[in-house]
Design a protein around this ligand. Structure first.
Ligand SMILES: NC(=O)c1ccc[n+]([C@@H]2O[C@H](COP(=O)([O-])OP(=O)(O)OC[C@H]3O[C@@H](n4cnc5c(N)ncnc54)[C@H](O)[C@@H]3O)[C@@H](O)[C@H]2O)c1
Length: 271
């Protein structure tokens, strides 16, 4: 996809953060937008910020498989085509493996992994049909390295990465007209930590303050990097200097990155 003008773009989780900024950036490049979220008030705010762009909003819970398939069919019908799906909706959980509940673990996997997998599979036939399609799945730097208290999120985001990289190769082997990108943001200043669930023994306030300190990149900047990556058909889109640093450490050290994370966590997460 060399040009986004008049392309139909679908963004999940568009009521806040990166999703909202992606909507703004895509609108500025002439996309026709199908935006969804569970947060209808946030979605309405996003839509109101888009000026004259063609935009429709939908209440969609990405953890509901049948609702995603119905949404994909509805968007195809209402817009006549679909070119781009950005599976962005996501949530976070801070809890150790020993402490997290099954319900919280499932909540993360249902939204952060299954939401992405169903979103991809539901829209793929329409992207192929369009003759110029692109799947963009939002993983994380936590899809590159494992860290304490993020096992559920790590599991979901590593799964998104494996699923997405496999799909990219399949699309090429089948000569399908669909590009595929996996996005790995570092810390982005959004609402994700405020909306996160925490294990019982977590100090939620300290966790959130810690996140705010580490989140270096604004959502608008993140969206700009993602949209440029889409236009350059990058397979892996790294967002923010911290993402580039973590990717480099991972490549240089292999699994030996783990003692570094332990040292950092002892200071920052386990006091
Ligand atoms: N902020 C970061 O530091 C960061 C880093 C790496 C990856 N990410 C990923 O970026 C994506 C966007 O997150 P963000 O930082 O903009 O967070 P955010 O909380 O600001 O926005 C996430 C949006 O997803 C929506 N959402 C939550 N559950 C949903 C569901 N079941 N169905 C539909 N929508 C739902 C929320 O209502 C919200 O509008 C997520 O996948 C997140 O994991 C964020």
């Amino acid at each position: 996809m060399k040009d986004l003008n008049n392309k139909v773009a679908v963004v999940t989780g568009a009521g806040s953060g990166i999703g909202r900024s992606l909507a703004k950036s895509l609108a500025a490049r002439g996309c026709r937008l199908a935006l969804s979220d569970v947060n209808e008030a946030g979605l309405a705010e996003t839509a109101a910020s888009l000026g004259g762009a063609e935009v429709k909003t939908y209440r969609l819970d990405v953890s509901d498989r049948d609702a995603i398939y119905a949404h994909a069919a509805q968007v195809r019908k209402e817009f006549g085509q679909v070119n781009l799906i950005i599976n962005n909706a996501g949530v976070a959980l801070s809890a150790t493996v020993r402490e997290m509940t099954d319900a919280d673990f499932k909540w993360v996997m249902d939204i952060d992994f299954w939401g992405v997998a169903h979103g991809t599979r539901a829209f793929l036939p329409y992207l192929i049909e369009s003759g110029d399609g692109h799947v963009v799945n939002i993983s994380s730097v936590f899809g590159l390295i494992g860290v304490p208290k993020q096992s559920a999120y790590n599991a979901a985001k590593f799964a998104v990465r494996g699923f997405t990289e496999s799909l990219r190769q399949e699309m090429k082997l089948e000569n399908q007209p669909v590009q595929v990108s996996c996005v790995h943001p570092g810390g982005i200043r959004t609402n994700i930590a405020n909306a996160a669930r925490m294990g019982k023994s977590e100090n939620a306030e300290a966790q959130r303050k810690g996140f705010d300190k580490l989140a270096m990149t604004t959502p608008d900047k993140a969206a700009g990097i993602i949209v440029k990556g889409i236009l350059k058909n990058e397979s892996r889109i790294l967002v923010g200097p911290d993402a580039w640093g973590i990717d480099a450490i991972n490549r240089l050290l292999g699994s030996a990155y783990q003692p570094l994370v332990e040292r950092f966590s002892r200071k920052n997460l386990y006091i």
